[in-house]
Design a protein. Structure first.
Length: 250
């Protein structure tokens, strides 16, 4: 009675090596070359000799494994920086790159399977939208305009606006009109001089709220001087102006 053994099909020698590493649960950065090489050679012995193209790829890797195994038995080599070189380093790098590509292919395959389950709706655009034509052909409107020309135009417009500004008048403040009732001020000051016999001009200005109030108060004082209701005196220059009321109650 003959026993038939079904061999797993691998895409190449790197695929087989990756399978053996995962099967034996060994660290890919610390491959036990002797054990992996022995298992690898057992698989090669079971491959059909007719498939020479596939066989050649596996034989090349077998020679590489045997070479690494021999180099690991010899004293370790040292590079120019004084560090020991691992004969397995190049093989490990190739295996990591292959593993990365392999799992990326799995991811793409899963996405392809999921894409089959997706349904897409054909675009249905209303007729009035399809028939719409822009009132302005923007490409024709822009013509050969580019960012450099637009920048030059923008700077010219901004310079034109700057040139319109009067360097003198632009520094002026805002002129606001003060509303002062002359008759009310005249009445208030007349009432004040009837109640006060002797006072200073400064006292009249203490309750003023604006410059215009001060000007109007000064005009009212001049008018009262003209009518003789008050008398003005000042002993020295820059002293307070003293006012004597001629109509104050005794």
């Amino acid at each position: 009675m003959s026993l038939s053994v079904k061999l797993e099909v691998f895409e190449g020698p790197l695929d087989l090596l990756l399978h053996l590493i995962e099967k034996n649960k060994v660290d890919i950065y610390d491959i036990p070359i002797a054990m992996i090489t022995e298992q690898y050679m057992e698989y090669i012995a079971a491959i059909k000799k007719e498939d020479m193209e596939l066989m050649s790829e596996f034989l090349v890797m077998a020679a590489t494994l045997l070479d690494i195994k021999c180099r690991m038995l010899l004293p370790k080599e040292v590079n120019e920086e004084g560090e020991e070189e691992d004969p397995r380093a190049e093989l490990v790098e190739r295996l990591i790159e292959y593993k990365l590509c392999k799992y990326m292919s799995y991811e793409l395959k899963d996405r392809q399977i999921d894409a089959v389950k997706s349904l897409f709706k054909k675009p249905t655009i209303p007729g009035e939208v399809l028939e719409y034509e822009a009132p302005v052909d923007y490409e024709q409107l822009i013509g050969n305009m580019d960012l450099e020309k637009l920048n030059r135009i923008f700077k010219a417009i901004m310079k034109r606006q700057t040139d319109k500004i009067d360097p003198v008048r632009s520094g002026f403040g805002k002129i606001e009109k003060d509303e002062v009732n002359l008759e009310e001020r005249m009445s208030a000051i007349s009432e004040f001089i009837r109640r006060h016999k002797f006072f200073s001009f400064r006292e009249l200005l203490e309750n003023q709220h604006s410059r215009m109030d001060t000007v109007v108060t000064f005009l009212v004082i001049l008018e009262l001087m003209k009518t003789g209701d008050i008398r003005i005196s000042q002993e020295k220059l820059f002293d307070d102006i003293m006012i004597t009321s001629n109509v104050a109650a005794a």
